[in-house]
Design a protein around this ligand. Structure first.
Ligand SMILES: *[C@@H]1O[C@H](CO)[C@@H](O)[C@H](O)[C@H]1NC(C)=O
Ligand SMILES: *[C@@H]1O[C@H](CO)[C@@H](O)[C@H](O)[C@H]1NC(C)=O
Ligand SMILES: *[C@@H]1O[C@H](CO)[C@@H](O)[C@H](O)[C@H]1NC(C)=O
Ligand SMILES: *[C@@H]1O[C@H](CO)[C@@H](O)[C@H](O)[C@H]1NC(C)=O
Ligand SMILES: *[C@@H]1O[C@H](CO)[C@@H](O)[C@H](O)[C@H]1NC(C)=O
Ligand SMILES: *[C@@H]1O[C@H](CO)[C@@H](O)[C@H](O)[C@H]1NC(C)=O
Ligand SMILES: *[C@@H]1O[C@H](CO)[C@@H](O)[C@H](O)[C@H]1NC(C)=O
Ligand SMILES: *[C@@H]1O[C@H](CO)[C@@H](O)[C@H](O)[C@H]1NC(C)=O
Ligand SMILES: *[C@@H]1O[C@H](CO)[C@@H](O)[C@H](O)[C@H]1NC(C)=O
Ligand SMILES: *[C@@H]1O[C@H](CO)[C@@H](O)[C@H](O)[C@H]1NC(C)=O
Length: 634
């Protein structure tokens, strides 16, 4: 996180005056901006326990040096003995640990508490587990309340044998929803009929219906929230998550593909072992399902423990990136393109943006990044894929050729407002991703907030308007982090917060700012002049060349009252109508909390241009607004 506070906008503490703004009909710039997107990484259980719809936590006892395998989230049923074991004959090399379940009483088993609860609705859940050991009886799989009341159960005939791992599939279809998410999933069996009273279990999985009905897919309500947001791109797989604590812990693309039995999982950067069930292919399917642009980040030779790969070894990792790109974009005649086809995707994907690393200006990485690491990736990828735009993970370097930069900012609302004209200072020779943005602390208070709050969101809005004014230089912008499971998180505030209860999901106040701005993408900026300059009203004007609609986006920050505005678009005549959407919240500190009501109000009105084609309206303190004219312009 770095702060650029060099360009300070003079603040005009004027009130009660009309701001008159005239927008020219031509003379602006062609935008390169995709719009507003998302940045996903395994922080705050954004993947496992979040977007990735798996309901069973610690399903395959995956572990690492940092987070050793354990029986976390599992509990015995009817006095069974549960033991973590590493068998000579594991389910797979990637999943070496399993759970031995042993008991004397007839019906024994185990249960899982999910990602801090399980949402049980009247819908079909798809489950599977692998068992090993001679057993000719049946299994019972069930969803139960934590108090032990069965919500739904199913009998599964055992196919389990002594010398092999056998998969058992089942479905559970409750006929009514549970009263809350304080539920568990259990499997029981008759120990008296099992050889030695014991069986081995691994990869115990349960999915609700997923977004777009994809097997191994994504949680519906969270993907729907991203669809409503209108996200335009996805930057993945991080973030710090890409980097890893050590070189060995980095995100390795080909450990995240193929059958779940061949994915070892990984020590995430964020204090837990991730399953990698949400892997490279699932990220691409996520982009396909939302129709958005992937921004693929590749590991650049820097780990968070400040290890830097030497110049003589960097080519190993450049090759990894090239292999990954071949997997995604190569024809089925290539080695890795053939592998992609084998995993169900014969058609190549298109990758237009590759980011080299993450925040390489931190952790002692900048010198080596500038001297050889960035250029090694840039040269090799550009040579093989000249159509791909390469993004450096910093703006603190001289960018070669047509390379682009990534800028991150975590700060106070005031700092975001003061940086309104940051991008005016840059030329459009290179383009910039605003890959991580968030107002994290109140002005003057050095404390990170739990949730985005309204004045912070308006501060961000001001900054985004400054970026849109320079949309010929900006690739896109995104709040970060994207998601937060409030039952297990490492960082606040976040864009969307949730827990196991799919009805309690809380898109933040910032979400409603980004979402409003994302609804109308400006394809060409238009010069606009005003009687007062910027502050407390900040704005951008432009047009959508597919409809010829004129678009005006604005935010008011720090005014002492309503700001009356007279807005004229050259070529838009008296009588033309426009839709004005204004978002506000009751208090500067208002926030959206999980399970709570949305504090952001939306007021949409239709305005008609008066004499001289002027639209007259006023915007309150701490508001964001978008005005769009009807498409008929003179
Ligand atoms: C089974 O019973 C034996 C003898 O009563 C006892 O020692 C053992 O702990 C029991 N095992 C389990 C898993 O209950
Ligand atoms: C269980 O389901 C998986 C995934 O659909 C499938 O690949 C597998 O063949 C099924 N196994 C059995 C034993 O039906
Ligand atoms: C299950 O049935 C098979 C085949 O009849 C038999 O070999 C095996 O011993 C049985 N297992 C148990 C635990 O009874
Ligand atoms: C992943 O790919 C690299 C080459 O890029 C190869 O050395 C490695 O063995 C592969 N790993 C797996 C698990 O296939
Ligand atoms: C907002 O107002 C406060 C108090 O009047 C002032 O300290 C602060 O600098 C202002 N912020 C901006 C970005 O104008
Ligand atoms: C609209 O603008 C975009 C750039 O934002 C440009 O790529 C496209 O060609 C333009 N379309 C028309 C019809 O002018
Ligand atoms: C277009 O870009 C030029 C050069 O960067 C800049 O001076 C001008 O203000 C921009 N125009 C608009 C309308 O943003
Ligand atoms: C803004 O530009 C228009 C012409 O496009 C001009 O008539 C008007 O005087 C200008 N207003 C200000 C405040 O500069
Ligand atoms: C306007 O918003 C600022 C925060 O930016 C707040 O300090 C101020 O009290 C607000 N003014 C009014 C009149 O509500
Ligand atoms: C919505 O905006 C209109 C026009 O600015 C205003 O008259 C009306 O009171 C607003 N409604 C609400 C609920 O704020």
């Amino acid at each position: 996180m770095i702060l650029l506070k060099i360009f300070v906008v003079p603040f005009l503490a004027v009130c009660g005056y009309a701001v008159e703004i005239t927008v020219a009909s031509s003379g602006g710039n062609v935008t390169v901006m995709l719009g507003y997107g998302a940045m996903e990484e395994e922080i705050n259980h954004a993947g496992d326990g979040g977007l990735y719809a798996e309901l069973i936590r610690n399903r395959a006892f995956q572990g690492s040096d940092l987070y050793p395998s354990s029986l976390d989230a599992w509990e015995a049923v009817n006095g069974a003995e549960l033991a973590l074991q590493s068998l000579a004959d594991p389910l797979s090399l990637a999943l070496p640990y399993s759970m031995n379940v042993k008991g004397n009483s007839s019906v024994i088993g185990f249960k899982n508490s999910g990602y801090w609860g399980i949402d049980v609705q009247a819908q079909t859940y798809t489950g599977s587990f692998w068992a090993r050991g001679s057993y000719n009886g049946s299994f019972t799989a069930a969803l139960e309340t934590s108090a032990g009341d069965t919500l739904i159960s199913v009998e599964i005939d055992s196919e389990s044998v002594s010398d092999a791992w056998v998969q058992h599939n089942f479905t559970l279809t409750p006929t009514s929803p549970a009263s809350d998410t304080d539920n568990v999933f259990s499997i029981t069996f008759n120990a008296a009929e099992a050889d030695g009273g014991a069986l081995d279990f691994n990869l115990i999985s349960l999915f609700p219906p997923t977004y777009s009905d994809r097997p191994n897919g994504m949680r519906k309500d969270l993907m729907e929230a991203l669809a409503v947001y209108g996200t335009k791109f996805l930057r993945f797989p991080g973030g710090n998550n890409l980097e890893g604590e050590t070189v060995g812990d980095r995100w390795i693309w080909n450990n995240t593909i193929g059958p779940l039995t061949s994915r070892p999982g990984r020590a995430s950067t964020w204090d837990y072992e991730e399953t990698d069930g949400l892997g490279l292919v699932e990220y691409m399917e996520w982009c396909d399902d939302l129709g958005i642009e992937p921004i693929l980040a590749v590991w650049s030779g820097l780990a968070l423990d400040e290890t830097v790969v030497s110049e003589s070894e960097i080519d190993i990792y450049v090759q990894e990136a090239l292999d990954e790109l071949e997997f995604l974009t190569g024809s089925v005649d290539t080695e890795y393109g053939a592998l992609r086809a084998q995993y169900g995707h014969p058609d190549p994907w298109t990758i237009r943006y590759v980011e080299v690393g993450n925040e390489d200006y931190l952790n002692g990485g900048l010198d080596s990044y500038i001297s050889y690491r960035f250029s090694a990736f840039y040269d090799a990828i550009t040579e093989k894929y000249p159509e791909i735009s390469i993004i450096a993970s910093t703006i603190e370097m001289t960018l070669p050729g047509n390379a682009n930069g990534d800028y991150h900012m975590y700060d106070t609302p005031d700092a975001f407002v003061e940086a309104f004209n940051q991008w005016d200072q840059y030329s459009n020779e290179h383009h910039y991703l605003l890959g991580e943005l968030a107002a994290t602390e109140y002005n003057g208070a050095d404390v990170s907030q739990m949730y985005p709050w309204w004045s912070g969101s308006v501060g961000e809005a001001v900054y985004l308007l400054g970026a849109e004014r320079n949309a010929d230089k900006i690739i896109g912008a995104t709040y970060a982090p994207l998601m937060c499971n409030i039952d297990s998180y490492q960082w606040t505030p976040n864009f969307i917060a949730y827990d196991a209860d799919t009805a309690a999901t809380a898109p933040s106040t910032s979400y409603y700012v980004y979402q409003l701005f994302n609804q109308h993408i400006i394809t060409n900026t238009l010069p606009a002049n005003s009687s007062t300059g910027f502050g407390p009203l900040y704005y951008v004007a432009g047009l959508d060349n597919s409809t010829d609609e004129r678009i005006f986006k604005a935010a008011v920050y720090n005014s002492t009252g309503d700001v009356p505005i007279g807005l004229t678009f050259e070529g838009v005549d008296e009588g033309t109508t426009a839709q004005l959407t204004v978002r506000t919240a009751p208090e500067a500190t208002s926030a959206n909390e999980v399970g709570g009501a949305n504090v952001v109000s939306t007021n949409t009105t239709t305005l008609t241009a008066g004499s001289g084609g002027m639209f007259s309206f006023s915007l309150p303190n701490l508001s964001v607004a978008v005005l769009v004219t009807s498409s008929s312009t003179a």
